[in-house]
Design a protein around this ligand. Structure first.
Ligand code: ZN
Length: 304
C-alpha cells in the first residue's frame, strides 16, 4: 500500500516524495528522463508466442503479476545547443482508468522546464501512450505554435489505414489507438516535419527509423564528446533482455520487431552506450551486456 501522498500527489498540496525525474549528461547534451507514471497492463500482452506457463514463470521470477503489472512510461527531454527537445509525451489525461499515468506535464514543470521553451518534439511512434500527452488542452495551449514535431513519413502514412492484423491488444485499445493517432495528426498537421530514414534534430541528436513495433517506429541516438545514449522507444520491453524473441501484443509486425530488438541490443552491448526505453522501469538508464544467447540489463548506479 502506497502512502496517500504518492497515490494522489496533486491533491496533497505537497511536493511529490519521489520527484520522478533523473538527469544525466552525455558529453555536452543534457538528458532528463521524466516518468509519466505507470499504467496497469495484462501480463499476457508481454509474450503472445509462448506457452502461458512459461510466461507466468518469467513474471513470477520477477515477483510481478500474475495477471497484471505496472507498465512504466518514460519521457525524455534533451538540451543540445539552443534546442530543447521532448521525446514522446506520455499518455495524457483523456483516457479513463489510468489515473497514475499522464503525469509528465506537471513533472516537467516541477523540473523547471517550461513547455513554451520546447523547440522540437520527436515522436517515436503514434501509439496513445506516446502522443496522448500532446492532446491535453493545457499542453496544446502552452506549446509554441511553431514547435517542430519530427515523426517518420512511414508512421504518418501507416495511421491513415492502420493494420492491427498481427497485434493482440486488449479491447478497446485498437479503436482508441486509431482515434488518438487521428486526433494527433489533425491537431498538429502544421507542425509535423515528416522524415524518411534519419533526421538530425539538433547537434548530436538523431532520430532513426527502425520499423517493427509500428512500421514508422524510430529510435533516438544521442552522441556528444565520445559518449552515447540511445532512446529505444518501444523496440524494447522488460522481457526483451531474457527473451528478445518473445512477441509483444502491441507490435504491429512482431517478427520485424524481434529483428529490430536484437540489432539494437547487440549494438548497445558492443558500444557500451546508455540505453533508455519508454517502458523499462524508471529511471530506465543503464547498459546492455551479452548473456549467452540473450542479454542482460545493467542498471546504472544512480548518481545524485
Ligand atoms: Zn508504448
Amino acid at each position: 500500500m502506497k502512502p496517500d501522498i504518492m497515490a494522489n500527489p496533486e491533491k496533497s498540496g505537497f511536493e511529490e516524495l519521489v520527484p520522478s525525474r533523473y538527469a544525466l549528461r552525455v558529453g555536452e547534451i543534457d538528458v532528463l528522463v521524466i516518468s509519466d507514471g505507470v499504467l496497469p497492463l495484462p501480463t499476457e500482452t508481454m509474450a503472445t508466442n509462448v506457452d502461458p506457463d512459461v510466461r507466468a514463470a518469467w513474471f513470477k521470477d520477477m515477483f510481478v503479476g500474475p495477471d497484471m503489472f505496472d507498465w512504466a512510461l518514460n519521457v525524455l527531454v534533451l538540451r543540445s545547443g539552443d534546442k530543447t527537445i521532448l521525446v514522446d509525451a506520455g499518455l495524457g489525461g483523456q483516457f479513463p482508468g489510468f489515473p497514475r499515468a499522464g503525469q509528465f506535464p506537471r513533472r516537467l514543470e516541477a523540473a523547471g522546464i517550461d513547455l513554451a521553451s520546447v523547440t522540437d518534439i520527436i515522436i517515436t511512434h503514434m501509439h496513445m501512450d506516446h502522443v496522448g500527452g500532446l492532446l491535453v488542452e493545457d499542453v496544446k495551449q502552452r506549446l509554441r505554435p511553431d514547435v517542430r514535431i519530427h515523426v517518420t513519413a512511414a508512421e504518418v502514412a501507416f495511421w491513415r489505414t492502420p493494420d492491427f492484423e498481427q497485434t493482440a491488444m486488449p479491447n478497446p485499445v485498437p479503436a482508441v489507438l486509431r482515434k488518438t493517432a487521428a486526433q494527433f495528426i489533425e491537431a498538429y498537421a502544421a507542425n509535423i516535419r515528416a522524415f524518411d530514414a534519419e533526421c538530425e534534430v539538433a547537434p548530436g541528436v538523431v532520430a532513426r527509423l527502425t520499423g517493427g513495433h509500428t512500421p514508422g517506429h524510430c529510435v533516438v541516438h544521442v552522441a556528444s564528446g565520445g559518449e552515447r545514449l540511445t532512446f529505444a522507444g518501444d523496440a524494447l520491453f522488460p522481457v526483451g533482455f531474457d527473451h528478445p524473441d518473445w512477441h509483444n501484443g502491441f507490435e504491429h509486425d512482431p517478427e520485424e520487431s524481434v529483428r529490430v530488438r536484437v540489432r539494437l541490443l547487440r549494438d548497445a552491448a558492443a558500444s557500451g552506450e546508455y540505453l533508455v526505453a519508454t517502458h523499462l522501469p524508471f529511471p530506465s538508464v543503464g547498459r546492455v551486456a551479452v548473456d549467452g544467447d540473450a542479454f542482460r540489463w545493467v542498471a546504472s548506479f544512480w548518481d545524485f
